[in-house]
Design a protein around this ligand. Structure first.
Ligand SMILES: Nc1ncnc2c1ncn2[C@@H]1O[C@H](COP(=O)(O)OP(=O)(O)OP(=O)(O)O)[C@@H](O)[C@H]1O
Length: 563
């Protein structure tokens, strides 16, 4: 039954539970499609909200808004409502394995003694979560806790479970963006490809579902890039060899591959915003880049892409320094001098209208026409044209690039459009170092003796096609004591379960792993394992959706077999 204020939150919770009860993607899709259709009929204004909530999000990925609630605060609010101590909540969380289940159990006990609750609506839960994001400054933690307390007081145990998980952005019902897109297509009878494209260009599944319902295919086709709203970057595949790749493309534009962080820079009116690969807005952390952009590029709307690197005496230095810059909230001016940044621009997606369908060769010309190069601060990527006849140009670029302290080269198809979010064959990378895998930490084992306080070995996972995590290896080496300490500090608050020296943790830390060989192994859930895995670095610039897949591991395994 719905209250007069709209659909009950319990209906959404029922959907979550149904989603959780099956591992089959098709079934999940239909459960969601049915629900989206129902909302679209009964309460259409809720459709964008519900679409995001189904993914465990309150805001689209690119939004600067965040809830900013630490699990400690959540536990305190829960403790208040359940009438227990925060330590009890923590113990319960460790036993239950996740904080959502702990919330359910705690409120379950409490609610047996309660007779009256006002039914929660989806609208109410959502608007309270939005309110939390708006709170800042004085006593903000207290105010946030008050809102959470109010929500928990009117929540049933099952509702509390999912509110908790939503607040921590960890829904755990096995639904990724792919399933949501399929469900939108199924619910409103539109082609998947059209939904896919609309999502690629807007990165806002709430908007996509709303337009699919209201305007169908025609409306979706009209959605396009908009300066100010980041899109997922086009990614590169590995090149099997410089000659082979150039021959396959006919001819190619090859560029130095800089090892820094990729940024997408948007100018909309007077505003310049800089986003990372995970679409996080880092504008405040890199003020000099904004200044360069103001000086070197036109004061018109545009979207360009490039790589920010750190240089010292003209040479690039380790990628890790950049993270010190982009993560920073304080002392930015001081860091500006210590860690100077340089920007290399290599693509344009929007200028006098969307340019993603313009061939790369022409996009480069547009980019060249836009930029006034600033020596040592902002340049275009170093580029050469290579054909099968003068392949030495690309090979020389590769050697030069490594000599200059860069990573290798990019080999780009001059005829290709810009394909957001796609890792295809139109842009390839050739590096000197062997390929690595980006894996997420799901557990670990404490060391012995001197290292008993550190987690010495990390259990790592890849994702399968349903975004479910599958273990693949333990990595114990590659970290110096300083890194071990830093990682342990990051891991500590994420621990959900301890058994002896072993721990399970909330998957969120991504490590780049080098290894000597991929082997088949029944010991790990992925069916594969890595020989001699070594931790190269923590990848804070990518998110969990970007980690490597079982499919990729499988194809890398097969590639080696067929050599
Ligand atoms: N000239 C360039 N053109 C395009 N990308 C470049 C260039 N120089 C450096 N890059 C970087 O190389 C990356 C391409 O590799 P890929 O798409 O596989 O990303 P990745 O997963 O971060 O890989 P990697 O760890 O090898 O950088 C781009 O995302 C970008 O950050």
């Amino acid at each position: 039954m719905n209250s007069k204020d709209g659909m009950r939150y319990m209906e959404l919770v029922d959907v979550y539970e149904k989603l959780d009860s099956t591992t089959k993607r098709l079934e999940k899709t239909t459960i969601l499609a049915d629900f989206f259709r129902k909302i679209g009929g009964e309460d259409p204004e809720l459709l964008p909200v519900v679409t995001l909530l189904s993914l465990g999000r309150v805001f689209p990925t690119w939004s600067e808004e965040e809830l900013g609630i630490a699990s400690k605060l959540l536990m305190n609010a829960m403790a208040l409502v359940a009438g227990v101590r925060p330590e009890d909540v923590e113990d319960m969380m460790r036993d239950a394995g996740d904080i959502g289940t702990a919330a359910e159990l705690l409120l379950g006990k409490k609610k047996q003694a309660t007779f009256f609750t006002v039914p929660l609506t989806i609208q109410k839960v959502h608007s309270n979560l939005m309110k939390i994001a708006d709170i800042s400054g004085n006593r903000s933690q207290y105010k946030k806790m008050e809102i959470l307390r109010e929500l928990f007081s009117s929540a049933s145990p099952e509702e509390a479970k999912y509110i908790t998980r939503t607040v921590l952005e960890e829904l755990r019902v096995g639904v990724g963006e792919g399933t949501i897109k399929d469900a939108i297509a199924e619910a409103f009878s539109v082609e998947k490809g059209v939904v896919e494209r609309a999502h690629m260009l807007t990165n806002d599944l709430g908007l996509v579902s709303e337009v699919a319902k209201e305007e169908g295919v025609e409306g979706l086709k009209k959605l396009s890039l908009k300066p100010g709203k980041p899109v997922k970057p086009m990614l590169a595949q590995l090149s099997p060899g410089i000659r082979e790749s150039v021959e396959e493309m006919g001819w190619a534009l090859c560029e130095t591959k800089y090892d820094g962080i990729r940024v997408q820079i948007h100018r909309s009116g007077d505003e310049v915003n800089i986003f990372t690969r995970r679409l996080e807005n880092i504008s405040n952390a890199v003020p000099e880049i904004i200044e360069y952009i103001e000086e070197a590029l036109p004061h018109e709307d545009f979207i360009v892409e490039g790589e920010i690197i750190v240089t010292k005496d003209g040479k690039p230095i380790s990628f890790q320094y950049i993270l010190q810059r982009v993560r920073r909230k304080y002392e930015i001016e001081k860091m500006r001098e210590q860690v100077p940044l340089k920007l290399y621009l290599f693509d344009v997606l929007y200028y006098h209208g969307p340019q993603i369908d313009t061939p790369f060769e022409d996009r480069r010309k547009i980019l060249e026409s836009m930029v006034d190069v600033m020596e040592d601060k902002l340049q275009l990527s170093n580029q050469v044209k290579a054909t099968p006849e003068d392949i030495w140009r690309a090979e020389d670029l590769f050697t030069e690039s490594l000599k200059g302290g860069h990573e290798g080269i990019m080999i780009k198809d001059p005829h290709a459009p810009y394909m957001p979010g796609i890792r295809g064959k139109k842009m390839l990378k050739r590096k000197a170092e062997p390929e690595t895998l980006d894996l997420v930490v799901v557990g670990g084992t404490y060391g012995k003796g001197k290292r008993a306080h550190f987690i010495g070995s990390y259990l790592l996972a890849v994702q399968d096609e349903n975004n479910e995590l599958k273990t693949i290896a333990h990595a114990a080496t590659g970290l110096d004591d300083q890194m071990l300490l830093e990682l342990s500090e990051m891991v500590e608050p994420l621990i959900t379960k301890k058994t002896g020296r072993r721990v399970e943790i909330v998957p969120s830390i991504i490590l780049e792993i080098a290894y000597s060989e991929i082997v088949k192994s029944p010991e790990y859930e992925s069916g594969y394992s890595l020989r001699f895995p070594v931790v190269k670095r923590v990848r804070e610039d990518i998110s969990i959706e970007d980690i490597d897949t079982v499919e990729r591991v499988e194809s890398m395994f097969k590639d080696v077999q067929t050599l």
